[in-house]
Design a protein around this ligand. Structure first.
Ligand code: PLP
Ligand SMILES: N[C@@H](CCOP(=O)(O)O)C(=O)O
Length: 562
């Protein structure tokens, strides 16, 4: 796929092929058969990529990567460049996603992904996606007024970070309403305040008395519902949306270049990325980067105690509920003192309290494509076979609560990935330990040591285990720091409150100070009312919002976008 042919088309992981363009899949989110969109081809890198891209800025690099997937016939180059520049101008550092060194001896680096508006990695993709939605809508709505204007109803589920990043990416944008469901009381206080203190009329928060998985199920049910799809154009902000994955590919390349441009990197050394994982979106972007040609020896999945992915890599079984007492790397899966809600354990890394990882379906398709087709099959046959396997696995997950893959699939999965499960206890220990490291990264902070958020700490704990298998000096580990510690005061305080000179106030950026005291707007929804209850709420609120916008003359097409 070159940047100057027509844009490539997209397939569904469940076997459908709808001949859709990039714009179609971005606006549609989920395929009609319930599957996730994947590009027909994973583009390979231009021959001179390493020398040509090595010193590019983050935005220029993003442009080069996105251009391999989006042709100028869909988004003219100048427009794509502008969207990218606008998206990353909101970040607090010039590098957008800097990589810092935590341990010079052991070659441990941290890819800091929390310098965007909401202090989490989601900003990298959601600032871009927000501007992309706006771009497509402006183009589609030219010259249209009132109810003729296309209006997007964005629906998302969050365990805390996607919600705020989506809200900040979409607040105040014309022709878009955004509805974010979060599990009531299960996101951190800062995350909840970030979402619910945004007063723009197009932002709607819904607290569901269930888990993140319940919210994610509601999203998928709404996308599958013919009734709301007839009257509303639904769009997705979760990583089911292909644009989320695409945008996350950039920082794997950018971090790789930061590392090889540094004096600590010796030619021929290998790189491993370690990724705190829940919904499997972030690490899937790393998989695409690797498949495109980025030299990363392994991708290490780091889960918290909600370890469905880790259990898969150990056993080949993808099962919602762990068997009580089942053996797992790093300990036993057992109830302990904390609550289990519908199979999800509440941990100190709440953004990863996820039972079923939605993007895993995309990887399953690639594994089935590779393992189950023979060279004599046509590409169409191979795609159909992969889709059929994914459909069967997902049906089994729905009906039986799990499925089992054979050894060849597990072996293929293990070629690119390893996995680790990290307990709460180890998370706290890691935050404390890293705080005491005299690292180059610590020197750049205003605190006495480098402070990890609990999700990033899971990445470092997994890194320390991965180092035993793949030690320095030949291997460098880049662990992804997915959120700023200020978002997760509970874990950070628990780990560091006994440390001399530590005070949480020093961690809190001015943008987040006082947020929790601001007025809030939020609706509540009972899990028992099901996705139909959410549907009623969404339809009612969109109607009220559009009527108010019409009364205020905001749907006449003349007002510029924020
Ligand atoms: C802070 C943080 N770390 C890690 C993750 C896991 O990322 P993914 O769901 O893409 O696997 C999330 C949520 O998704 C998160 O919010
Ligand atoms: N951890 C996420 C969960 C949703 O994941 P997504 O990447 O699919 O949007 C969150 O913080 O909301």
């Amino acid at each position: 796929m070159s940047s100057h042919t027509v844009s490539q088309r997209y397939l569904s992981t469940r076997g459908g092929s709808y001949d859709l363009s990039f714009e179609d899949v971005v606006l549609k989110g989920l395929a009609s058969d319930g599957g996730l969109f994947i590009p027909e081809e994973i583009p390979s890198l231009p021959e001179d990529w390493a020398s040509k891209w090595q010193h590019l800025s983050f935005s220029d690099l993003a442009y080069e990567i996105f251009s391999l997937f989006i042709s100028p016939s869909e988004i003219p180059s100048e427009d794509l460049r502008n969207i990218i520049l606008r998206s990353y101008s909101t970040f607090r550092t010039k590098e957008v996603t800097p990589t810092v060194t935590l341990d010079t001896e052991r070659n441990i680096h941290l890819l800091e992904l929390f310098h965007g508006p909401t202090f989490a990695f989601k900003d990298v993709a959601l600032q871009f996606l927000g501007n992309l939605f706006e771009y497509f809508l402006v183009r589609r709505n030219q010259g249209k007024v009132g109810r003729d204007r296309e209006h997007l109803t964005v629906i998302g589920a969050t365990s805390g970070d996607t919600g705020s990043a989506a809200i900040y990416g979409l607040r105040g944008k014309k022709d878009v309403s955004v509805f974010i469901m979060h599990p009531d009381g299960k996101v951190s206080p800062v995350q909840e305040a970030q979402m619910t203190t945004v007063m723009d009329a197009n932002v709607h928060n819904i607290a569901v008395d269930g888990t993140f998985d319940d919210c994610q199920d509601f999203v998928k049910a709404l996308f599958a519902d013919p009734e709301i799809n007839k009257t509303h154009r639904l769009a997705a902000v979760n990583s089911i949306n292909w644009a989320r994955i695409l945008a996350q590919i950039t920082y794997y390349f950018y971090s790789y270049f930061t590392l090889i441009n540094s004096s600590s990197f010796v030619s021929g050394a290998t790189v491993r990325f370690v990724v705190p994982t829940g919904n499997f979106g972030d690490i899937l972007a790393g998989y695409f980067a690797k498949r495109m040609g980025l030299p990363s020896e392994k991708l290490v999945i780091a889960t918290n105690e909600n370890d469905i992915l880790h259990r898969f890599w150990k056993t080949g079984k993808y099962e919602k509920k762990p068997v009580h007492g089942q053996e797992a790397e790093g300990g036993f899966v057992e109830d302990g003192a904390k609550a289990h809600v519908d199979g999800v354990k509440e941990t100190l890394s709440p953004a990863m309290d996820i039972l079923v990882s939605s993007n895993f379906e995309r990887l399953l398709w690639y594994l089935a494509y590779r393992v189950y087709s023979s060279d004599s099959d046509s590409v169409q046959q191979r795609r159909a076979t992969a889709g059929e396997h994914v459909r069967n696995w997902l049906n089994e997950l729905k009906s039986e609560g799990g499925f089992h893959v054979d050894e060849s699939i597990l072996a293929a999965a293990s070629e690119d990935f390893e996995s680790e499960r990290v307990s709460d206890e180890e998370t706290l220990r890691t935050i404390k330990e890293v705080y005491s490291w005299p690292s180059p990264a610590a020197k750049k902070t205003s605190t006495n040591g480098y402070i990890l958020d609990p999700h990033s700490a899971i990445g470092i704990a997994a890194t320390l285990r991965s180092i035993e298998r793949s030690p320095p000096p030949t291997t460098h580990h880049i662990a992804l720091a997915t959120a700023h510690p200020a978002k997760f005061s509970r874990a950070v305080d628990m780990a560091l409150n006994a440390e001399k000179g530590f005070s949480f106030d020093k961690v809190l950026p001015e943008e987040l100070a006082g947020l929790e005291d601001k007025p809030r707007r939020l609706n509540k929804c009972k899990k028992a009312d099901g996705w139909e209850g959410v549907r009623r709420m969404v339809i009612g609120e969109v109607e009220a919002e559009l009527a108010a916008a019409e009364r205020a003359g905001r749907r006449n097409g003349s007002q510029s976008h924020s």
